[in-house]
Design a protein around this ligand. Structure first.
Ligand code: URA
Length: 187
């Protein structure tokens, strides 16, 4: 698996399909397979500024919250694959365009084929839409397991929404509940 992962990662790093993003980003952030002990993959949206600088996913504020919430649910980050819908930072952290998500789709699909996770947690609307289709709303799909092309998917809020809405906001409570659901499903 490691050789295949490294090979796939090298191909992702060499991708130049999104010309604007290739021109503006500093690094490609392919994602990390982790130890993958419980075969959980989390899928975010796109690298932010810190991720773009470090070349690693979820290392900024959202990542710190994600690590904490995973740990609170009994799901350690180092056991989890951490991926995203697109691998290059959109300028100013704008939402990825549909064409960018489409261009990057085969990379995430190949990562998921290789890892074959037991459960995927999609973080935020871009990732939720990736799995569940264009009419998705997070309020409408969260809190349950979806079976998509033979994969089990729990879609929930992105940690950045939990930060934005604060400690008493709905996204944080939902994220906690949905990660607890994921932990129960993984046993
Ligand atoms: N948000 C994401 O979706 N992914 C990251 O790596 C960082 C922030």
């Amino acid at each position: 698996m490691t050789g295949d992962w490294d090979d796939l990662t090298a191909r992702i790093r060499a991708c130049v399909l999104c010309k604007d993003l290739v021109a503006s980003r500093n690094t490609v952030v392919p994602g990390e397979p982790g130890m993958f002990t419980r075969r959980l993959a989390v899928v975010g949206e796109a690298p932010g500024a810190q991720e773009d600088a470090a070349g690693r996913p979820f290392v900024g504020l959202s990542g710190q919250l994600l690590d904490q919430l995973l740990a609170d649910a009994g799901l350690a980050r180092h056991e989890t694959a951490v991926l995203s819908a697109i691998k290059c930072r959109p300028p100013g952290n704008r939402t990825p365009r549909a064409a960018e998500v489409d261009n990057c789709r085969p990379w995430l699909a190949a990562q998921l084929d290789l890892l074959n996770p037991r459960l995927i947690v999609a973080l935020g609307l871009t990732a939720a839409t990736w799995f569940l289709g264009p009419r998705t709303t997070l309020a409408g799909v969260r809190g349950v397991v979806h079976e998509v092309d033979g994969r089990s998917v729990v879609a929930t809020y992105h940690p950045s929404a939990a930060i934005r809405f604060g400690p008493n906001g709905k996204p944080l409570a939902a994220l906690r509940d949905d990660l607890a659901l994921a932990a129960r499903l993984l046993g």
